[in-house]
Design a binder for this molecule. Structure first.
Ligand code: SIN
Ligand code: CO
Length: 381
């Protein structure tokens, strides 16, 4: 288990003083940090078809980038390159445990766990991100420079690499295993590996208004909602047929506003949207459905684990009514099992002791069976 070792500030002070405000190095944020996955294993994962990965190479000021899956790394030499893998939490249970240290930030804000292996002088180049990132240094060392936010000119160093022009550093530090660099969105940064090194970045992001609105429109279409037309039975004659007067402008604006003000509809959309998988998952649906008695027996012996990358949330306002959201869908359950559903949404792993009061509850057994069948949850070995 990876546990945050905060000595400079508390979680509350971090959120007050740094979160979304300014970058900071958390020295030895993890004590005795060991890579949860080896460079060889990482390289192997990047050979898989479903995994999003990139190789970035630079020499003599020229940047190259290729997208995985990769067949070999033999042509790359000993330095100047790095391998980056998105959504490692979907492919490595051990690496996913790093995310657990950041549960003081609600996980609807989570994007993914990104990992990188870099050889000496390997880097993805100076750039800015749209997300908050906690870069956790694993084995080896990297020198990180971070500039202040503000106007920074971006340019394409390669079709797949958006870089930023040189910047003055407000942070310039060599990180060692267990150090964490937090960078809010919009702060230019560049990490250069000093030797063979690994890093694990936990990224948090929100969605742009336009992507939220567009997804909301898709949700309305899929659910045959939002078909109401404007009605105006009390219209009065106008002298200016070319004008949209202020009353009519409000009528049009309210048409949209009413949809957003319909909390049942908007909450349902938000729950589905926020739980949509961000990256492909390693889904293995259960082939042989479990019998109720088997579920009860296994639950009394072993933990229930959530698949890496699976998103499961509830709204504090509606969970007591028996509503939660899992992997892009609304799931209704008997409200008597609300406490254990909250446990499953709040934690990736729930042990048999916590499940003891629920293991014979028919509503819970049927919930668990449905999730096992989908491959969303599984029993620990
Ligand atoms: C890296 O780990 O090399 C890149 C991480 C980042 O800059 O966001
Ligand atoms: Co970055």
């Amino acid at each position: 288990m990876f546990q945050l070792n905060l000595t400079q500030f508390t979680q509350e002070e971090f959120l007050r003083d740094y979160w979304q405000k300014k970058p900071v190095v958390i020295k030895q944020g993890f004590l005795n940090f060991e890579d949860p996955i080896s460079p060889d294993e990482l390289a192997g994962i990047a050979c898989e078809e479903q995994v999003q990965s990139r190789l970035i190479h630079h020499a003599d000021g020229k940047w190259q980038a290729e997208f995985g899956p990769f067949e070999s790394y033999d042509h790359l030499g000993e330095e100047n390159w790095s391998l980056v893998i998105q959504a490692l939490d979907n492919w490595s249970e051990d690496a996913a445990k790093i995310i657990e240290a950041f549960r003081f930030i609600p996980h609807w804000r989570l994007d993914d766990l990104m990992a990188s292996f870099a050889t000496p002088n390997g880097s993805v180049g100076p750039h800015m991100d749209k997300y908050d990132t906690f870069i956790c240094q694993g084995s080896g060392n990297r020198r990180w420079r971070v500039g202040d936010n503000g106007e920074h000119k971006e340019f394409s160093a390669h079709t797949a690499l958006l870089h930023v022009e040189s910047f003055d550093a407000i942070i310039d530090e060599e990180l060692e295993a267990g150090d964490i660099l937090y960078i809010p969105p919009g702060f230019p940064h560049e990490g250069k590996s000093l030797n063979n090194s690994m890093s694990f970045s936990v990224g948090f992001r929100t969605n742009s208004t336009v992507s939220l609105l567009s997804a909301f429109a898709d949700h309305l279409i899929d659910n045959d909602q939002g078909n109401e037309l404007i009605v105006d039975p009390n219209r009065e004659a106008t002298q200016h047929s070319g004008a949209i007067d202020s009353k009519d402008y409000l009528l049009i604006k309210n048409q949209l506003q009413q949809l957003l003000d319909n909390d049942d509809a908007f909450r349902s959309f938000t729950g589905c949207y926020m739980t949509q998988a961000k990256h492909e998952m390693d889904l293995v649906p259960n082939e042989e459905p479990f019998a109720d008695e088997d579920v009860t027996e296994i639950l009394s012996q072993t933990s229930l684990l959530r698949l890496g990358g699976l998103r499961a949330f509830y709204f504090t306002d509606t969970v007591e009514q028996g509503i939660c959201y899992i992997n892009g869908s609304q799931v209704d359950f008997d409200s008597s099992i609300t406490p254990v559903i909250k446990l499953l949404c709040d934690n990736v792993c729930v042990d048999s002791e916590a499940l003891e009061p629920w293991k014979e509850n028919p509503a819970f057994i049927s919930f668990v069976k449905a999730q096992l069948d989908l491959g969303y949850w599984y029993f620990a070995e």
